[in-house]
Every structure is written in structure tokens, then in C-alpha cells.
Design a protein around this ligand. Structure first.
Ligand SMILES: Nc1ncnc2c1ncn2[C@@H]1O[C@H](COP(=O)(O)OP(=O)(O)OP(=O)(O)O)[C@@H](O)[C@H]1O
Ligand SMILES: [Mg+2]
Length: 254
């Protein structure tokens, strides 16, 4: 069922968005990549960002985190403009980011990777157990260097790092890439439970089957802009709209 905050995504701005990008432009060197991104992430639930390769999805997440600086526009997070803030300050404000390339410290153990990700002190044992319930491999390799793990296991460590403490907003870039189907199922369960906590998730994903049942709202990017925003329920039930917005690029993932 759609989150109550999402009812009006198509018709009017959500009443209480946690994140709003308005007219965001990003230049990377001489290239003008984001060309006026308008994106609303309703508070609570899971927002999906779709779009073909090169549409600007990763650049959008990096711009939110301050890893690229917006050259124009505003990024409002929980009532304040974060577009001029440094990345550490944005993280401290309550946004966690799982990049496409799994961000783990190879020489450190799984435990140490999680420990370093905890900002407020020692690890919360109950929360670690909850996370390891989704990803039992983490417990198995608890004292092994993360660099020795497989790609899928590193992805689990990266996601565990991002959720080791409650965060207001979690940005995740293509988490299912290269994962075995069983792990994708665990990931889906983890996101479902996170949705029931106070964490809002903005998920970039090419695997439409993965997000069609998980997503509450959906935005589609093309050529550095958001070209569609609405409820996932509406897009999932409308094959003509899927074809028009997502074209053939998603068919290969179904
Ligand atoms: N460091 C960079 N230098 C120059 N151009 C870049 C850089 N990073 C990204 N781009 C360009 O910006 C555009 C958007 O890239 P981005 O990585 O945001 O796309 P994406 O939607 O995440 O694609 P994918 O689905 O392939 O991950 C692309 O044309 C890409 O070539
Ligand atoms: Mg990308």
C-alpha cells in the first residue's frame, strides 16, 4: 500500500518531503551533466530513481552528498539547504550513501568496517544482529578482512555500514548489480524492514522487477533531468508508460 505521504506525488508536491531538489545543475569539469533536476523524496517509504545508462542518476546522488557541487539550484534536506555544505556535514545531518562501487575498507575486518561507520560510539549489538539476520555472511566473516570477501559479500558490508545506525535518509546506488538471486531476496527483505523504521530510502536501480513491489514513489531521469514523477503503483500497472519511459533499456533486466 502506498505511504500516505505519497498520495499527491503526481498532482502536487508531497506535504512533507524529506528531500527536495529544485532546478539543480551540476557541472563535471567542462561537462554540464545535471540540467535542472527537480526531485521530491517523500518522508518515509522508498523512492526509486530510474533511467537509462548515463541519464544522471549517480551524479544526482553524488550531488546530494556534496561529492559534486551543484552549480545552481537548491537541495533542501529536512528543512535546510544542504547544497553548499561539505560531505561530512551532510553525512552528519543524517544522510548515508552506498555508492555503486562498494565502499569498504579492504584491510579492515567486517567488524572494524562496521565499527568505523558508527558515529555515536560502540556498535549496537541488537542492531548488528538484526542486520546479520539479513546477511548471515557478515557474521561468518566477522573477523576476516573485508577485502577477502566476494563482490556480493562486500556489497552486504557496504549496506550494513550505511544502516549500522539509524539514518534519516539512505541513498543506495544499484545495490543488486552482480548479486545472486538469493542475496537480492535478502536485500529486498532488508529494505522492506528499513521502510518500516524511520529511514527513508532513495534507491537507484535498473532492475525494475526488484523495485516494482518495493517502491512507493518513482522518478525517471533522462539527459540530466527528471522526466516523470509519480507513484510506483501507477507505473508498475501501466506497461505503455513503462515502455515510453523506460524503453528497451530495462527489458534486458526483466
Ligand atoms: N567524472 C566524470 N567526468 C565526466 N563525465 C562524467 C563523469 N561522471 C559521469 N559523467 C557523465 O555524466 C553523465 C551521467 O552519468 P551518471 O554516472 O550520473 O549516469 P547514471 O544514470 O548513473 O548511469 P548508469 O546507469 O550507467 O550508472 C554520463 O554522460 C557520464 O558520462
Ligand atoms: Mg550510475
Amino acid at each position: 500500500m502506498a505511504h500516505p505521504n505519497l498520495r499527491d506525488v503526481n498532482a502536487a508536491p508531497a506535504a512533507d518531503p524529506i528531500l527536495t531538489l529544485s532546478g539543480v545543475h551540476t557541472h563535471i569539469g567542462q561537462y554540464h551533466i545535471l540540467q535542472g533536476v527537480d526531485l521530491v523524496v517523500p518522508r518515509g517509504g522508498l523512492a526509486v530513481l530510474l533511467g537509462r545508462n548515463g541519464a544522471g542518476k549517480t551524479t544526482t546522488l553524488r550531488t546530494i552528498m556534496g561529492l559534486w557541487k551543484a552549480s545552481r539550484g537548491s537541495i533542501m534536506f529536512d528543512g535546510r539547504d544542504i547544497s553548499k555544505m561539505t560531505t561530512p556535514d551532510i553525512a552528519r545531518a543524517g544522510i548515508a550513501y552506498v555508492p555503486e562501487s562498494m565502499a569498504v575498507f579492504s584491510e579492515l575486518t567486517v567488524r572494524e568496517n562496521l565499527y568505523l561507520a558508527a558515529r555515536t560510539g560502540p556498535l549496537d549489538a541488537a542492531r548488528v544482529d538484526w542486520i546479520c539476520g539479513f546477511f548471515p555472511a557478515l557474521k561468518r566473516f566477522w573477523n576476516y578482512p573485508a577485502g577477502n570477501l566476494s563482490g556480493g559479500q562486500k556489497q552486504m558490508v557496504a549496506i550494513a555500514r550505511a544502516i549500522v545506525e539509524p539514518r534519516q535518509l539512505l541513498l543506495v546506488d544499484e545495490p543488486t548489480k552482480g548479486l545472486a538471486p538469493a542475496i537480492v531476496q535478502s536485500l529486498m527483505a532488508a529494505f522492506r524492514e528499513l521502510k518500516d523504521t524511520r529511514t527513508t530510502i532513495l534507491l537507484v536501480e535498473q532492475n525494475f522487477n526488484f523495485v516494482r513491489s518495493l517502491g512507493d514513489s518513482v522518478s525517471v531521469m533522462d539527459d540530466g533531468r527528471v522526466v516523470h514523477a509519480g507513484l510506483m503503483h501507477d507505473l508498475a500497472g501501466d506497461e505503455a508508460l513503462q515502455q515510453r519511459l523506460l524503453g528497451l533499456s530495462l527489458d534486458s533486466h526483466q
